[in-house]
Design a binder for this molecule. Sequence first.
Ligand code: PGA
Length: 249
Amino acid sequence: MKKIVIANFKMNKTPSETKQYLISFLSKYEDCKADLIFALPYTSLAVANFMLEGRQIALGAQDVCEDDEKGCTGQISGKMLAGSGVSYVLVGHSERRAKFKEDSKMINRKIKNGLKNRLSIILCVGESLADKNTMKTLATLKNQIEEALKGLYENELENIIIAYEPVWAIGSGKTPLPKDIENAVKAIRKVVEEDFSQKAANEIRIVYGGSINAKNVSKFATIEGLDGILVGGASLDSNLFLQIINAMV
Ligand code: PGA
């Protein structure tokens, strides 16, 4: 199985900066090395969709509106994303949970709306520092996953990637020990087994994200049960991101 590598640009790069980045990146990247996904700001989707034409690299967005109602000024629907060449969408990123008050019900609705519009979902989950310090990591993961996947059919899990992103690791330069990531991955599969089936638990794809860079990436390449990585800040430099991908595959 190819490793999944997801770049999350967050709120970075204008369309012309994204274009410059992709010119440089695509001139050096060999397709098919990884299952590569660029999760870009909405404003960069059009230029990226044009530039990725014919390449085996998927386009992702960083959020989707939870419903298709008309009165949603400023929102972007799943249908609009699908019509813009997007095939993946991040849902429940901790920055959205914290800064935009996204709760578990909203996250569940976003997932359902994305799936309805044939988007694959990258569901972000992870414990806060307070959870970690009070040994509540596994309970938090269980709760976040159960709430997010409530009401889904087992076959819909094919279109879901779970991104384990401890809140305290995002953008902090701190990363968990490989053993702790392995335990979190096992715990996530256990929740999926309890709520769906052993088969679903074995097959669901899980990635790790939080402070991955070109220096520490190799330690994430061999973690048992982990299918790939999600890279934020370090994906913004195309050369560094290429180094990260090369270390993973
Ligand atoms: P980081 O971000 O790699 O900059 O820590 C990861 C993320 O927020 O998805």
